[in-house]
Structure formats: structure tokens, C-alpha cells
Design a binder for this molecule. Structure first.
Ligand code: GTP
Ligand code: MG
Length: 480
């Protein structure tokens, strides 16, 4: 239950809030609601061990003595209501004495049967002993505030819980074990090294002939590492959050047919009549580990029908949100003015032009296309005959991952907050390089370096504001 416990490392984290955090004891049901074999209640804080003595009875109905409690051992017995010794459930009790615990405080986990009545009753008994119910994410927040993990690792806990595919899980696991923290700490130490060179130069410039500053390292060691992290973030987000793929085109070109092929199920209605799809249809699936939200839209054309007009308006709104547009045309017809008008609507989006109904044309048929379509990625398919669908999926992945030259194993970031901090740090270092090249006063270069280091601190969660912390931990579930 405590994946982090195996780490014996005491990570001394310079968190300003460290001694500020209140020491009251908190408890929560850590397993999801519903019926199940086992449910877990987690307690953390100074009175966690004393509490287990008051509500836990060994099989012999005797209390467990302090001297008997060994950390990271399982004790079999019963939970009772200490007011009347009523037996509530048969449980396993696991004490984890701080600092070798999830929160670094004394932690006790009680494994009981899982059902709302039994878990609710045990939790109530615990709360009656002066323990407070935990806020969402409060156990992990304590692990952070008590210096056991940094903020990137705390965020990785949420990501592991929310991971819906193997790659997202791997990225989160790597982050949880400190992969990103280590890199950020390393980059920051290089920044501090350069900053001390700059400051030495400021202090001694009049007496020294030679320069202390090794400016070529700023680009090579600092900026390039930041850039790599930033690029990995784009890919990380695709694996974590997935993409929005939108089918767009004139009525009757085969959008709904393609949707059904991509999903491998009859999800959308297909008819020979133009204007079949009036409202958009959404469904999720996966391509090569990437979560895809696929939307089939109403065919775009000039219509007098108020229902269709609304549908077309909605289509235009969805296009704006798309990661990638599949722009469909009917190969058995010439490209029309309407097709060209749709192309204008999607011109600034990432897109693939999908020529459908290739079964209706000769094998060597060449579709005349407008000049401005030429540089776009194109593919010929037949949704009706299920021809080219596999290739289309491959092209989608390639297009989405294009320019993102990092292998999955190098992705360290999948989180917008961290990405922003890294972008800001990188901007400051670029400014520093530019100022230095333009012979600006070194004091200004030093300010940029301090700004960059501050951004790295923010990513790690050093001296971070309460508001940001609350925003992060409020996304957690209760009991984590
Ligand atoms: N020959 C052939 N017919 C196709 C192909 N794909 C779709 N069709 C036919 O084209 C007609 C329209 O297909 P839909 O999938 O409903 O087209 P749509 O783009 O969703 O149309 P709207 O919802 O009206 O915008 C149907 O009769 C399909 O069977 C194809 O690859 N080849
Ligand atoms: Mg349709």
C-alpha cells in the first residue's frame, strides 16, 4: 500500500514550510467506495500508535502494548469500539513508525472488510478519539511538507493513480522515483555554479585580468538540458492526456463510416443521404498506447436547415479544440468549392487529408488537388471496404509524434505546471546568454540566472505558495 516505503532514503528537502505544518492526526478511508474483499483506513500523525492501542484487540482480546508494536509488521485482531468493547470487524493492522512511513509521521493502516457500513463505523470510532478526517491528498502533502518527496514526486502520485495506459504509468513511475527531481537538481546546481562565477567576476572584475565566466557552458549544459525536458513534456502530455481527433468534411464523404471503422463498432449512423449526422458523436479508443477522443461531426456545407446550421456551428467549435483533424474528401468526385472552403476553416490545424471511397476509382486514379493542399499529409482509404484504416492509424500516430524525437524512455514531464516552470527557466537563460553576448552589465546576467534558478525551485516545490500547493493537492482523492 505504501509504494514509497521501500525508499530508506531520508531526502532532506529545503522546504520552508517544514516546521510550520500542523501535527494533528488525520485519518481517511484509502480504498475506493463500494463493496470489496478488503478496505483500508489510513491514519497518520502523533497519536496514530496510541490510537491503535485503544481500538485494536489481539485475538486474546488483550490490547497491544507499546513495547510490542514493531514497525512494518502485520497484526491480526479485531477493531472494537472502546466505549463498550463492541467488536466491529476482524482486521489486520500495520503500524509504520515515522520517519520510515509514507508521510514520515507515525502511520497505521487498518485492513478490514470493505463495505460502506464497516469502513464508516471504524472511521467514526477513530474520529471520536480526537483524530481529524484527512483532506484530499493530505497524506501525500505531508510526505512533501515533511521533506520525503519533492513536488514533482507528489504530482507523480496523482499521475500513477490516473494513468490509463502503460506509457503514462511508466512516465509517472519514473517521476515518482525521482527521475525528474534528479535532473532538475542537477540543472540547478549548474546554474548556481555559473551564477557564482558571474558574481565572482562582478566582485573582482577590476582586480582580475582573466574572466571567471565559462559562458559556453550555459548553452551546452544548461539550456540544452532545459530544452530536452521541455520537448519531452509535449510528448509526455500526449501519452498522459491523449489527443482529440476530429473527422471533418462535406456531407456524405464517409465520416461516420470511418468513425465506425476506427472504433471497430457500429457507433454512428451511416446512410446514403447527405446530412445524416446532425449532432457530433464522441467515442474513445487507443492507438499504440495513445488515448484518442474521436469526434464525428456534422458535414459542413451551406444549409438552410436550422438544425443542420447549429450542427455545423458546433463542428467549427470542435475543430478549434482538435489536436488533429482528419479532413475527408470523396475520391469519386472532383474537389469542390465546398471542400476548399472547409480547408480554409481548418488551415491552421494539424491535419491529414483522407481521400475516401477509393474503391470507386481506378487504381491509378490521380486526384487533382488545389495547390495549397500539396504540402499536407494525404492518404487514400475505403471506409466501406475497410481498406487503408490500419495505415491511417499509423499516419495519425506519426503526425502527432512528429518532431517529438524523444523515445518514451526519456519522457520525464507530462505536467503543465512543471512544463511552464521549465519554459520560464529556459527563457531566463536565453536572456542571460543574449545579455552577455551584447556586453550588458553582469548584474543583469546574474538577475536572469537567479530567475531561472527560482523557476527550477518552483518546479521542485521549494518555497512554493500555499495557493499553488492547495491547487495541486486538491486534485487528489481522499485517503492518498
Ligand atoms: N463506395 C463507398 N461508399 C462509401 C465509403 N464510405 C462511405 N460510403 C458510403 O457513403 C455514404 C455516406 O456515408 P457516411 O459515413 O454516412 O457519410 P458522412 O460523411 O458521415 O455523411 P454525413 O453524416 O451526412 O455528413 C453511405 O452510403 C456509405 O455507405 C467508401 O469507402 N466507399
Ligand atoms: Mg455522418
Amino acid at each position: 500500500m505504501n509504494p514509497l516505503n521501500k525508499s530508506e532514503e531520508i531526502y532532506s528537502f529545503p522546504c520552508s514550510k517544514r516546521n510550520w505544518y500542523s501535527r494533528d492526526t488525520i485519518a481517511a478511508i484509502a480504498t475506493p467506495p463500494g463493496k470489496g474483499g478488503i478496505g483500508i483506513i489510513r491514519i497518520s500523525g502523533n497519536s496514530a500508535l496510541a490510537l491503535s492501542k485503544s481500538i485494536f484487540r489481539k485475538n486474546t482480546r488483550s490490547k497491544i502494548a507499546s513495547s510490542q508494536i514493531q514497525s512494518h509488521h502485520l497484526y491480526y485482531g479485531k477493531i472494537v469500539d472502546p466505549e463498550n468493547e463492541e467488536e466491529i470487524d476482524e482486521v489486520m493492522l500495520c503500524p509504520m513508525i515515522g520517519p520510515k512511513s509514507y508521510t514520515r509521521e507515525d502511520v497505521v493502516e487498518i485492513q478490514s472488510h470493505s463495505g460502506s457500513a464497516v469502513l464508516g463505523k471504524i472511521l467514526n470510532i477513530i474520529l471520536k478519539q480526537g483524530v481529524r478526517i484527512a483532506d484530499p491528498g493530505e497524506f501525500t502533502k505531508r510526505a512533501f511538507l515533511n521533506g520525503r518527496i519533492d513536488l514533482t514526486q507528489a504530482e507523480a502520485v496523482i499521475d500513477i493513480i490516473n494513468a490509463e495506459n502503460e506509457i503514462a504509468r511508466k512516465i509517472a513511475t519514473r517521476q515518482l522515483s525521482g527521475g525528474l527531481k534528479d535532473q532538475l537538481v542537477q540543472i540547478k546546481s549548474k546554474m548556481m555554479e555559473s551564477l557564482s562565477e558571474i558574481e565572482a567576476e562582478i566582485d573582482f572584475s577590476e582586480e582580475q585580468e582573466a574572466s571567471f565566466i565559462k559562458a559556453d557552458a550555459w548553452q551546452r549544459d544548461i539550456l540544452s538540458s532545459l530544452n530536452k525536458l521541455e520537448e519531452s513534456a509535449a510528448l509526455g502530455q500526449i501519452y498522459k492526456d491523449g489527443i482529440l481527433l476530429v473527422l471533418v468534411g462535406k456531407p456524405n464523404v464517409g465520416k461516420s463510416s470511418l468513425m465506425n471503422r476506427l472504433l471497430n463498432q457500429d457507433r454512428a449512423i451511416v446512410t446514403p443521404f447527405p446530412g445524416t449526422t446532425r449532432d457530433h458523436i464522441e467515442e474513445g479508443f487507443e492507438i499504440e498506447g495513445i488515448r484518442v477522443r474521436l469526434i464525428d461531426t456534422a458535414g459542413i456545407h451551406k444549409s438552410q436547415n436550422p438544425i443542420e446550421i447549429l450542427g455545423i456551428q458546433k463542428t467549427k467549435e470542435i475543430i478549434q479544440k482538435a489536436t488533429l483533424v482528419l479532413f475527408m474528401c470523396d475520391m469519386s468526385n472532383q474537389i469542390s468549392k465546398e471542400d476548399e472552403d472547409i480547408f480554409k476553416i481548418i488551415h491552421d490545424k494539424m491535419k491529414i487529408i483522407v481521400f475516401n471511397k477509393k474503391d470507386l476509382v481506378d487504381e491509378n486514379h490521380i486526384q487533382p488537388i488545389p495547390l495549397n493542399w500539396e504540402k499536407e499529409t494525404k492518404i487514400k482509404i475505403s471506409a466501406l471496404q475497410n481498406d487503408g484504416i490500419h495505415e491511417l492509424k499509423k499516419v495519425v500516430v506519426k503526425q502527432v509524434l512528429e518532431n517529438k524525437r524523444f523515445g518514451q524512455e526519456n519522457i520525464l514531464i507530462s505536467n503543465l505546471r512543471q512544463k511552464r516552470n521549465i519554459q520560464e527557466a529556459s527563457r531566463a537563460i536565453k536572456n542571460a546568454i543574449e545579455c552577455h553576448e551584447n556586453k550588458a552589465p553582469l548584474e543583469i546576467v546574474a538577475i536572469e540566472f537567479k530567475e531561472a534558478a527560482q523557476q527550477i525551485n518552483n518546479a521542485l516545490g521549494v518555497e512554493i505558495s500555499d495557493d499553488i500547493l492547495d491547487q495541486i493537492f486538491n486534485n487528489f482523492c481522499i485517503g492518498k
